[in-house]
Design a protein around this ligand. Sequence first.
Ligand SMILES: O=P(O)(O)OC[C@H]1O[C@](O)(CO)[C@@H](O)[C@@H]1O
Length: 520
Amino acid sequence: MTHSANPPLQQLSEWQQFVLAAKAAKVDASETHILPAAGLSVDLTGQVYSAELQAAGQALLEARDFDNKRAQLFSGAAVNHTENRAAWHTMLRAVAPSQEVALERQRVNDFVRKADSERRWRDIVHIGIGGSDWGVRLAVAGFGYARSWRQVRFAANIDGHAIEGALSGLNPHDTLIVLASKSFTTAETLENGQRALEWLRSAGVEDPYSNVAAVTARPDLAAQWGVPDTQIFKLWDWVGGRFSLWSSVSLTTALTVGSDIVAGMQMGASAMDTHFAQTPFERNVPIQMALSGVVNRSVLGYGSLNIAPYDFRLTNLVPYLQQLEMESLGKSVDDSGRPVQVPTGPAVWGMPGTDAQHTFFQWLHQGSDGAPVDFIICQTAHHRWPDHHLMLIANCLAQREALMQGKDYETALNECLQAGLSLEQAQEQAHHRVHPGGRPSTLIVLPRLSPYALGALLALYEHKVFVQGVVWGINPFDQWGVEYGKVLAHGIAAALRGESTASDTHDASTTYWVQHLRQP
Ligand SMILES: O=P(O)(O)OC[C@H]1O[C@](O)(CO)[C@@H](O)[C@@H]1O
């Protein structure tokens, strides 16, 4: 794809109109703004809204050549122009995928079916990091109720405690090590893989490599490493690392919770793809969420986005979305290398409710900055205590209402008087009980935590991020900021090993710590 330069955002009259409309728009909690998408209900009532803002948003997307860019995404064009490759994760979950994708899906399913029928691999150790890790952790934790005879452990971090903990207590003779790495060059994954191999060897596993499977876009490197060809599963250069959940990386998910769960997630994601590709602007949920996010970040100045899944099983959704959003949008130059000049991707953070309420919600309600919140909840739960679920829902709705509506001084004052405080005490106390309100939020309701719904939810965020990349004019598919640190770590590791002198290339403080932390 030849990359056509975008005009700078701030020079666009459509952007200026959008900013003006956003500043004039309000949160109107008296009318709901709820949109369906691939089985999810997304309530945007807590975001600023007006007919003028909608029109300005539509004009802005047109000025950014959005329809064409979306079509390129879905057609497998090289939308990742700084790396000259596609970001074709939608193909991985397509209902009618290409032959090579269908074949690889089949290979994964056959491997799982055989292992199941032989009752082989009681334990799985999944070794991978970032996109080769979080999606699998998320799916396994989300659907852990589905199957239980196999257990899975994860090792991502280079910290030796991670792999030590992952291997501890397992039976090496019935453990499958899954090495997931698109590049098959990631230091953490290869080092942890070596420890696993040593562990198999020292336990007397006759052919340790037969206990290893690999998922990678570099089957040649995996084969050189020693993984048998029949246990190497492919992904492709055109799959971004943080989207690889949809690829054979789901081997571990399939072995642990079932191939049908992987298929269900793909179907849900594919349904969201169709929604994103075909639904008109005003009902297109990824677009609407994206524009709310742009308003919050670039116009209202919120520096972060809080993710609050009111579902304990979705704990890993937060780091999953952190990587998706922050690796994609944590950039400040546009497609042509010019500074974007408005704040771009927010910091993403969060924790499941209700834990979050007792950790940082105070700051969200009354802190000086606040942050938009994405509340996520399932209509029904899988456990057998309806009252727990009722309370969970009540808490979620209550927090959202408090952020949206706030509590004014008069109400707080009355509350204090009714609690028996004197007028003087009440007047002083009431200030502390005021909630400013008007703080933006979105509520996403899943019918239940089905594979389909989770797939749709993840694809929703992927497309939202894509739209925001188009508006800000940045490439959401590269991650040069991560690469630089990897290179520096290489040099520092050499200096820590005494193979080079840190003072040649590093600053004074780094040199000091290299000398003091040098390993014996
Ligand atoms: O799958 P790989 O190549 O080992 O990379 C792991 C992760 O490293 C990154 O390249 C940078 O964090 C991610 O995009 C990727 O998910």
